[in-house]
Design a protein around this ligand. Structure first.
Ligand code: RB5
Length: 153
């Protein structure tokens, strides 16, 4: 799978480990940075991950910040992105199967490498169920994006 991988300074160490792990697992990684410990703004990198997914350069994205919260908030601002902050393997798998998440957000200051590897494995191994109820709910999320985009002043 082609995976866009990004982080801010709070997620850099975990992102570096995940980069090697993903390649070892046979994935192709599109690294969008950041690549130095200098403080940066997580929306800039969440945007890069999201744009890679929306533009078809990657099938899914992984974004790491300090807590994962800011990354998730920012990524979800791009219509078409369904980002989930998943620090347990059940959510990392079910988020794809039921909710069709296309970006996994992680907190580099929250989870250690071994758990992060398991989360990434659960996320990448899962597929959307295509069950009618899951597609209907996913499509209602998309409809919310459309409706409230039009309502903005
Ligand atoms: C950066 O210090 C930190 O605020 C950021 O990585 C993240 O935790 C935001 O959600």
């Amino acid at each position: 799978m082609r995976i866009a991988l990004g982080c801010d300074h709070g997620g850099l160490e975990l992102k570096k480990l995940l980069h090697s792990f993903l390649e070892k697992e046979g994935h192709t990684v599109l690294n969008v940075g950041t690549d130095t410990p200098a403080p940066v703004d997580y929306p800039d990198y969440a945007r890069k991950v999201a744009e890679a997914v929306l533009g078809g350069k990657a099938e899914r994205g992984i974004m790491v910040c300090g807590s994962g919260v800011g990354a998730c908030v920012a990524a979800n601002k791009l219509p078409g992105i369904r980002a989930g902050l998943c620090h347990d393997t059940y959510s990392a798998r079910q988020g794809v199967e039921h909710d069709d998440i296309n970006v996994l957000c992680l907190g580099g200051r929250i989870v250690g490498p071994e758990l992060a590897y398991e989360l990434v494995k659960a996320f990448t191994a899962a597929s959307f169920s295509n069950a009618e109820r899951h597609a209907r709910r996913r499509d209602k999320v998309t409809a919310l994006e459309d409706e409230f985009r039009e309502k903005r002043p």
